[in-house]
Design a protein around this ligand. Structure first.
Ligand code: FES
Ligand code: FE2
Length: 322
């Protein structure tokens, strides 16, 4: 048996799965997260629904289906499902089977905020117990640039990514930006880091950042470097060995600058390059459940203790719940 408490499990919480712009009205997208095939679609009412992808009839993948009104139509025999997973039409049947009418497809809680589609995952099937806060700058394309984001598929797990929050020395040796001041705070499902970083080659001479995790998979960052920026780090397990890591950045518009979007695109490229440096490490590292630490390391065990709250203590082969 592994001495790694987190091995083979998925945490409970909100996870960012799409930027709003990636799913237009009438669009259907296949998603694969938490070892599950999922389908997302945006109805003509503007709402996003996320459902289990396999049709309850004969198992076709609804990601190959099409959106009609506020429903999704299976590509195989055209059964139609509502945003809440109920079958609302079987075009060649006199009666829709009762079981299908009652909701044959599992649906997920969705919150589209900050121009990001968030999905709530709880392996035990529980509903949301907190919300990701709405951030005004993230919703505002008038005074802020649009989102510039990049997604990596990394052979790692969320437990590795969150450790960046407290890993003070890696800023020097991976990013070339020594931390001058740092405070870390854990409060319920929220973990925050406020830091002053003594300069980065491309992001600014002095960076003042506040990075806050709202649960295990959504991190908001404000960074004042060369520009004021709002950033998100959203990472979502694909399976127990791979994570979709997505980093988005927006910068505040400055009327004295010619084209904020061009600047934002470039600034995001620098931020993504900095993130690439972490990705290289995550891809190949192993997880040490009992690491050998020194007095210059950050509060790693506190962080792991905080992270543990998002996992069921009744270990019972969580990952099997499909
Ligand atoms: S498999 Fe979906 S309608 Fe038959
Ligand atoms: Fe890092």
């Amino acid at each position: 048996m592994s001495d790694d408490f987190f091995a083979g499990k998925f945490p409970r919480g909100w996870f960012g799965v799409l930027f709003s712009e990636e799913l237009k009205v009438g669009q259907v997208k296949s998603l694969r997260y938490f070892d599950k095939e999922l389908v997302a679609f945006r109805g003509e009412n503007g709402a996003v629904a996320i459902l289990d992808a396999f049709c309850p009839h004969l198992g076709a993948h609804l990601g190959d289906g099409k959106c009609e009104g506020n429903s999704i139509v299976c590509p195989f025999h055209a059964w139609k499902f509502s945003q809440s997973g109920q079958c609302v039409d079987v075009p060649y049947a006199k009666r829709i089977p009762l079981k299908a009418q009652q909701g044959a497809l599992r649906t997920y809680h969705v919150r589209e905020i900050n121009q990001i589609v968030h999905l709530w995952f709880d392996v035990e099937g529980g509903g949301p117990t907190w919300e990701v806060p709405v951030d005004d700058s993230m919703n505002d394309d008038l005074n802020w640039s649009k989102w510039y984001f990049k997604r990596w598929r990394v052979r790692t797990q969320g437990k590795e990514i969150i450790e960046n929050l407290v890993d003070t020395p890696h800023f020097t040796y991976v990013h070339g930006s020594p931390i001058e001041e740092i405070t870390v705070d854990f409060n319920g499902h929220v973990a925050s880091q406020t830091s002053v970083i003594g300069g980065h080659a491309t992001l600014g001479d002095k960076l003042v950042t506040r990075a806050t995790y709202f649960g295990p998979g959504v991190q908001h960052v404000t960074m004042n470097g060369t520009y004021a920026s709002a950033q998100v780090n959203i990472h979502t397990p694909i399976d127990t060995e791979h994570v979709d890591v997505c980093y988005g950045i927006k910068i505040q518009r400055d009327p004295t600058l010619a084209d904020t979007d061009d600047i934002a695109r470039e600034y995001a490229r620098f931020a993504h390059e900095a993130f690439d440096q972490d990705v290289v490490i995550w891809q190949r590292k192993i997880y040490r459940p009992a690491p050998l630490l020194c007095d210059g390391d950050g509060p790693l065990f506190q962080l792991r203790h905080w992270y543990r709250q998002f996992f069921s203590e009744t270990d019972a082969a969580q990952s099997i719940a499909k």
